[in-house]
Design a binder for this molecule. Structure first.
Ligand code: DON
Length: 307
């Protein structure tokens, strides 16, 4: 019998389409040129079933969604204790690229804002590793999670690097306060490379399903992320993943999620499903407008709210 779920997902897409708010991110040239009519949604169940609809083969850069996984890799490579010394777990209430540190400790508030993400990147492999070694490690883990080989989009990387003053300023702030110990330019370049890894919604849903499944890949059965790291990642996604919209998100949608400026949202409901949406127009907080609408709909219809 044909599953009704793909038809349902197509319906979710069409319901969100009339939402004309937001605009494609314009501070990265390549993203500004995105076709804003493209939309997609995918669901990866923890039992291995998979459904998608819309432009589900369209690739886009992962952007800030990479922060969730790089935080997990940093925990594995540096140990949770060391990571917690360098990066907090409190929501900042600020924009994602705010130049801010926690007053009492000098740590970035959390790993989902750029300051915390650049710090997490600097801990991948080891604090003395170079850009290539860190990029290779990140690509290897992300590819394993997606179940196919992922690549950096060099055009997106170069476009963002041209206009990286703000992230460079964050890098120098982190170096000046002793939070990172490596060359800040290398850490920022590496962070921008991790953001420029191309994925589609099917990849993101599968990557998210690994988080939902306690770190075990639902198809291959491989434990890719240790369970303790998954718990840490999903906790900060819940409180900080949607930036200064995190409170609205948790009350309306109610599952851990992470957004990226290319227009994707990745959501993870532990024990049940990994999901992803894509639509390039984002709001002033950096979250996809139609993506938020699709997630609200999915949460209501499928009872995905944690409470
Ligand atoms: O640091 C930046 O500006 C980007 N490469 C990533 C930002 C991002 O995706 C923010 N999320 N919504």
């Amino acid at each position: 019998m044909k599953s009704p779920i793909p038809d349902y997902l197509a319906h979710v897409l069409e319901k969100a389409r009339p939402n004309e708010g937001g605009a494609a991110a314009d501070y990265i040239e390549t993203l500004a040129k995105a076709d804003t009519s493209k939309m997609a949604v995918a669901l990866a169940m923890v039992d291995g079933n998979f459904y998608s609809a819309g432009d589900d083969n369209i690739e886009f850069s992962i952007q800030s969604i990479s922060k969730s996984f790089v935080y997990a890799i940093a925990i594995e490579d540096a140990g949770l204790e060391q990571v917690l010394k360098k990066i907090g777990v409190e929501p900042s209430g600020d924009r994602f690229n705010q130049l801010s540190l926690e007053r009492s400790t000098n740590r970035p508030m959390n790993p989902m804002i750029n300051a915390g993400a650049i710090t997490a990147h600097s801990l991948v492999v080891s604090p003395t590793a170079n850009l290539q070694e860190r990029t290779d490690r990140i690509l290897k883990v992300l590819s394993k999670l997606a179940g196919r080989e992922l690549h950096v989009d060099e055009e997106v990387y170069k476009a963002e690097l041209k206009d990286a003053d703000r992230n460079m300023a964050i890098g120098y702030m982190l170096k000046a306060t002793g939070i990172i110990t490596c060359d800040p330019r290398e850490a920022v370049k590496g962070y921008i490379r991790q953001c420029a890894i191309n994925v589609n919604v099917k990849d993101l849903a599968m990557m998210s399903a690994v988080l939902s499944n306690g770190g075990v890949h639902p198809v291959t059965g491989e434990q890719i992320i240790p369970h303790t790291s998954v718990r840490q990642v999903l906790s900060v996604m819940t409180t900080c993943g949607m930036y200064d919209a995190a409170g609205d998100w948790v009350s309306n949608v109610g599952f851990p999620a992470k957004s990226g400026v290319a227009g994707a949202i990745m959501g993870s409901l532990p024990g049940q499903v990994g999901l992803a949406t894509f639509s390039p127009k984002i709001d002033e907080r950096g979250n996809s407008v139609r993506g938020v609408a699709m997630c609200e709909q999915l949460s209501r219809d499928m009872g995905l709210h944690m409470m």
